[in-house]
Design a protein around this ligand. Structure first.
Ligand SMILES: Nc1nc2c(ncn2[C@@H]2O[C@H](COP(=O)(O)OP(=O)(O)OP(=O)(O)O)[C@@H](O)[C@H]2O)c(=O)[nH]1
Ligand SMILES: [Mg+2]
Length: 462
């Protein structure tokens, strides 16, 4: 028998409305005790009808604490699939705490973080991927991550996993029948259809893992490091991208020492832009430390903007020492306002050697904003090229990806075993292990530790 839990579901602080949520077998009884449809000293218990809003007052003895709306929801047609009462009161810390205190006096206990969602999961209303999506929706920092979280909340990933598991369950049941009743059923043999279905599941696992790799930046932000020689305008570009004076800009080379980073949202895609110290040979101890830090940031960046300016020659040696070979890189020529048509003594633009001609070149002026939109577009093209944002709305998280990789290992073993005519027992064990791995994603075979780790990340009241 579960107990009854309660918590304030809206953020603390003053606001229009604050919501208190009660869930469990005692929820309706508590509402009957505290709530009156009349403000007078004579308490008038409400007629609570499921899913009908009821207007009235929360009373403490003869005192009116607040005028509220109460929404009763009988289980299983509620968030937790239990009886739920939501009280919409005025949002002030004192008033909400006072009402919550009265609810506790009537027998409810404080809800733990994520406990409402955990109950929804334990009561089978949602699976684990949908529960995780609830946290992702709350924490979404960009339109795109919200879009994927909302789709997962509707069950897109769950449906995929269920489909894969159905195929594997069918295979497993036939393998086990053949093992358990060797005399009664015809010995198991793989048909062409079995191979095709297994390949389908393997392919889907691989695609989902790839989608995780392609999209993990949507949650953490794509790290873009701005680097290059001193004084080429790195900090100016940082400020222009962010549209604010974040980095210090001076005409003195070596101005930026510590890396400076800040989030930037381009058309719903989250980026983290990092301004770094100009890289060059120097004896200045502080600069040397700054350059080391710049290299660290370049190492972990997803995209490098390698800046130069008119009048400079491209030094391949300096470039290769700065930018790791496999990094996605844009060669950005800044200060293009200096070479506008009609300007006397135009300096020549730096050019890339032929064998580096695959690196896209973008010409900008951080001073006049010239080419900045084109640069942003280039950044977008770079990172969402592999991602079908419109049609493929399933993006696994790290936990799902780990489970998918494990399932894939077992399935690859089954596939190889099929070809080699391996014993049915070994094949069945691998199929079973792959089903269990997939089951941890939806939660059927997830351990208590996994559940605790997921729900402890929630806020109280959700
Ligand atoms: N004309 C022109 N000047 C620019 C442009 N961008 C930056 N500058 C100037 O170039 C100088 C250096 O700019 P910063 O943004 O501090 O350069 P930085 O690369 O961050 O320099 P360090 O931090 O010292 O490595 C400043 O005087 C800027 O005003 C540009 O697009 N056009
Ligand atoms: Mg700088």
């Amino acid at each position: 028998m579960t107990d009854t839990i309660a918590a304030i579901a809206t953020p603390f602080g003053s606001g229009g409305i604050g919501v208190i949520r009660i869930s469990g077998p005692g929820a309706f009884g508590i509402a009957q005790k505290l709530f009156s449809t009349s403000r007078g000293p004579e308490k008038k218990p409400p007629q609570l009808t499921s899913h009908r809003v009821c207007h009235g007052f929360i009373l403490d003895g003869g005192d009116v604490i607040d005028e509220v709306l109460v929404i009763p929801m009988e289980g299983p047609r509620s968030y937790t699939a239990e009886d739920v009462i939501e009280i919409q009161a005025h949002s002030g810390t004192i008033v909400l705490r006072r009402i919550l205190g009265l609810i506790f006096d009537c027998g409810a206990r404080p809800a733990e973080p994520g406990e409402f969602t955990k109950r929804a999961f334990l009561n089978g209303r949602i699976d684990l991927t949908q529960a995780e999506a609830v946290a992702d929706i709350i924490n979404a920092r960009s339109d795109s991550s919200l879009k994927f979280a909302a789709s997962q909340n509707l069950g897109s990933l769950k449906d995929d996993i269920v489909q894969m598991k159905d195929i594997l369950m069918d295979l497993l049941s036939r393998l086990e029948a053949s093992i358990d009743f060797p005399d009664e059923v015809t010995p198991f043999s793989f048909s062409g259809d079995d191979e095709a279905s297994l390949d389908l599941v393997i392919e889907r696992c691989q695609t989902l893992i790839q989608q995780y790799e392609d999209a993990c930046f949507l949650k953490t932000g794509i790290r873009v490091a701005i680097c290059g020689e001193p004084n080429v305008g790195k900090s100016s570009l940082m400020n222009q991208l962010l549209n604010k004076e974040k980095s210090i800009i001076t005409a003195v080379p070596g101005t930026t020492r510590d890396p400076i980073e800040e989030g930037l949202n381009i058309e719903g895609i989250p980026f983290v832009v990092i301004d770094t110290a100009g890289i060059h040979e120097t004896d200045d101890l502080v600069e040397i430390i700054g350059i080391e830090k710049a290299r660290d940031h370049i190492g972990i960046a997803d995209i490098i903007l390698y800046l130069s300016e008119p009048g400079k020659t491209f030094s391949e040696r300096a470039f290769l020492k700065t930018v790791p070979e496999e990094k996605k890189t844009l060669f950005v020529i800044n200060k293009m306002d200096l070479v506008e048509d009609g300007k006397p003594g135009k300096p020549a633009l730096p050019t890339l050697p032929d064998h580096l001609s695959h690196i896209p070149v973008v010409e900008i002026s951080a001073l006049t904003n010239l080419g900045i939109d084109r640069l942003k577009q280039r950044l977008m093209d770079f990172c969402i090229r592999n991602l079908d944002m419109e049609n493929d709305a399933v993006i696994p998280n790290l936990r799902h990806k780990t489970a998918l990789s494990l399932a894939l290992d077992h399935l690859t073993a089954v596939r190889a075993g099929m070809a080699e005519g391996q014993e049915e027992e070994t094949l069945a064990l691998d199929v079973k292990n792959s089903i269990d791995s997939l089951g941890t994603i939806t939660g059927e075979t997830a351990s208590i530790d996994i559940l605790d780790a997921i729900f402890n990340n929630f806020c109280i009241g959700k």
